[in-house]
Unconditional design. Structure first.
Length: 150
Protein backbone atom coordinates (compact mmCIF):
# COMPACT_ATOMS: atom_id res chain seq x y z
CA UNK A 1 0.00 0.00 0.00
CA UNK A 2 2.96 2.28 0.55
CA UNK A 3 6.68 2.05 0.05
CA UNK A 4 7.38 3.18 3.63
CA UNK A 5 10.16 0.91 4.89
CA UNK A 6 8.44 0.45 8.26
CA UNK A 7 5.18 -0.57 6.55
CA UNK A 8 7.01 -3.04 4.30
CA UNK A 9 8.89 -4.54 7.25
CA UNK A 10 5.70 -4.78 9.36
CA UNK A 11 4.03 -6.63 6.49
CA UNK A 12 6.98 -9.02 6.20
CA UNK A 13 6.91 -9.70 9.95
CA UNK A 14 3.15 -10.28 9.91
CA UNK A 15 3.48 -12.69 6.96
CA UNK A 16 6.24 -14.59 8.72
CA UNK A 17 4.12 -14.81 11.90
CA UNK A 18 1.13 -16.02 9.86
CA UNK A 19 3.12 -18.85 8.26
CA UNK A 20 4.68 -19.85 11.60
CA UNK A 21 1.26 -19.96 13.29
CA UNK A 22 -0.27 -21.74 10.30
CA UNK A 23 2.43 -24.45 10.37
CA UNK A 24 1.82 -25.01 14.08
CA UNK A 25 -1.91 -25.20 13.43
CA UNK A 26 -1.50 -27.74 10.63
CA UNK A 27 0.31 -30.04 13.06
CA UNK A 28 -2.56 -29.74 15.56
CA UNK A 29 -5.29 -30.15 12.94
CA UNK A 30 -6.50 -26.53 13.17
CA UNK A 31 -4.99 -23.86 11.01
CA UNK A 32 -5.49 -20.50 9.38
CA UNK A 33 -7.07 -20.80 5.95
CA UNK A 34 -6.21 -17.41 4.45
CA UNK A 35 -3.97 -14.39 4.80
CA UNK A 36 -5.37 -11.06 3.64
CA UNK A 37 -3.59 -7.75 3.20
CA UNK A 38 -5.39 -4.43 3.16
CA UNK A 39 -5.20 -2.70 -0.20
CA UNK A 40 -6.20 0.44 -2.04
CA UNK A 41 -7.78 0.10 -5.48
CA UNK A 42 -5.49 1.41 -8.22
CA UNK A 43 -8.49 2.98 -9.99
CA UNK A 44 -9.36 5.02 -6.86
CA UNK A 45 -5.75 6.06 -6.40
CA UNK A 46 -5.49 7.20 -9.99
CA UNK A 47 -8.74 9.20 -9.66
CA UNK A 48 -7.33 10.89 -6.55
CA UNK A 49 -4.00 11.76 -8.18
CA UNK A 50 -5.75 12.90 -11.39
CA UNK A 51 -8.00 15.22 -9.37
CA UNK A 52 -4.88 16.59 -7.68
CA UNK A 53 -3.27 17.30 -11.08
CA UNK A 54 -6.45 19.02 -12.29
CA UNK A 55 -6.35 21.27 -9.20
CA UNK A 56 -2.62 21.89 -9.62
CA UNK A 57 -1.89 20.28 -6.24
CA UNK A 58 1.54 18.75 -5.54
CA UNK A 59 0.19 15.26 -4.73
CA UNK A 60 2.43 13.49 -7.22
CA UNK A 61 1.31 10.04 -8.30
CA UNK A 62 1.68 6.38 -7.38
CA UNK A 63 5.34 6.48 -8.40
CA UNK A 64 6.13 9.36 -6.02
CA UNK A 65 8.23 8.02 -3.10
CA UNK A 66 6.18 7.37 0.05
CA UNK A 67 2.84 7.99 -1.71
CA UNK A 68 0.09 5.39 -1.32
CA UNK A 69 0.16 2.80 -4.09
CA UNK A 70 -2.95 1.11 -5.42
CA UNK A 71 -3.33 -2.55 -6.25
CA UNK A 72 -4.66 -3.46 -9.69
CA UNK A 73 -8.42 -3.77 -9.34
CA UNK A 74 -8.38 -7.34 -10.66
CA UNK A 75 -6.14 -8.40 -7.74
CA UNK A 76 -8.69 -7.27 -5.14
CA UNK A 77 -10.11 -10.40 -3.51
CA UNK A 78 -12.57 -8.86 -1.06
CA UNK A 79 -14.28 -5.50 -1.34
CA UNK A 80 -16.25 -4.50 1.74
CA UNK A 81 -18.28 -1.32 1.65
CA UNK A 82 -17.88 0.79 4.77
CA UNK A 83 -20.93 2.65 6.06
CA UNK A 84 -19.42 6.06 5.47
CA UNK A 85 -21.98 7.91 7.57
CA UNK A 86 -21.24 5.94 10.74
CA UNK A 87 -17.59 4.93 10.42
CA UNK A 88 -15.77 7.21 8.02
CA UNK A 89 -15.15 10.07 10.46
CA UNK A 90 -14.02 7.63 13.17
CA UNK A 91 -11.58 6.06 10.73
CA UNK A 92 -10.14 9.47 9.80
CA UNK A 93 -9.85 10.38 13.50
CA UNK A 94 -8.05 7.09 14.21
CA UNK A 95 -5.54 7.75 11.44
CA UNK A 96 -4.92 11.26 12.74
CA UNK A 97 -4.15 9.84 16.21
CA UNK A 98 -0.94 8.23 14.89
CA UNK A 99 1.96 10.64 15.25
CA UNK A 100 3.56 9.21 12.11
CA UNK A 101 0.49 10.24 10.09
CA UNK A 102 0.51 13.91 11.09
CA UNK A 103 0.36 15.90 7.87
CA UNK A 104 0.02 12.84 5.62
CA UNK A 105 -3.75 13.05 5.34
CA UNK A 106 -3.77 16.84 5.25
CA UNK A 107 -1.97 16.81 1.89
CA UNK A 108 -5.08 15.30 0.30
CA UNK A 109 -8.13 17.56 -0.05
CA UNK A 110 -10.93 16.49 2.27
CA UNK A 111 -13.34 15.78 -0.60
CA UNK A 112 -10.82 13.33 -2.15
CA UNK A 113 -10.04 11.43 1.06
CA UNK A 114 -13.04 9.08 0.69
CA UNK A 115 -11.41 7.67 -2.48
CA UNK A 116 -8.73 6.28 -0.18
CA UNK A 117 -10.62 5.66 3.03
CA UNK A 118 -14.33 5.02 2.43
CA UNK A 119 -13.97 1.36 1.42
CA UNK A 120 -11.94 -1.52 2.71
CA UNK A 121 -10.40 -3.83 0.11
CA UNK A 122 -8.15 -6.81 0.62
CA UNK A 123 -5.70 -8.85 -1.44
CA UNK A 124 -5.64 -12.56 -0.70
CA UNK A 125 -1.95 -13.07 0.00
CA UNK A 126 -2.21 -16.76 0.86
CA UNK A 127 -3.24 -18.87 -0.84
CA UNK A 128 -2.84 -16.69 -3.86
CA UNK A 129 -6.18 -15.93 -5.48
CA UNK A 130 -6.57 -17.52 -8.89
CA UNK A 131 -7.15 -15.45 -12.00
CA UNK A 132 -10.81 -14.89 -12.72
CA UNK A 133 -12.01 -15.76 -9.23
CA UNK A 134 -14.93 -13.52 -8.25
CA UNK A 135 -14.47 -10.73 -5.74
CA UNK A 136 -15.84 -11.85 -2.38
CA UNK A 137 -18.25 -9.67 -0.43
CA UNK A 138 -17.07 -10.96 2.93
CA UNK A 139 -13.71 -11.92 4.44
CA UNK A 140 -15.25 -15.21 5.58
CA UNK A 141 -16.72 -16.33 2.24
CA UNK A 142 -15.70 -19.95 1.70
CA UNK A 143 -14.01 -20.35 5.09
CA UNK A 144 -14.57 -23.75 6.68
CA UNK A 145 -15.51 -22.80 10.25
CA UNK A 146 -16.68 -26.28 11.25
CA UNK A 147 -13.35 -28.07 10.96
CA UNK A 148 -11.13 -25.18 12.00
CA UNK A 149 -9.23 -25.19 8.74
CA UNK A 150 -6.13 -27.09 7.60
Amino acid sequence: MTRHRDHVRAGEAATEAFHTARAAGVRSGRSFQRLYRVALRASNMERCYEAGRERHLPLGDQDTPLNPVGIRDDRIAVAVAVDVADLYERKVQAIRMHRSQVGELDRIPRDLQPLLLAHECFVEAWPERGAGQPVAADLFDGIDTASGGA
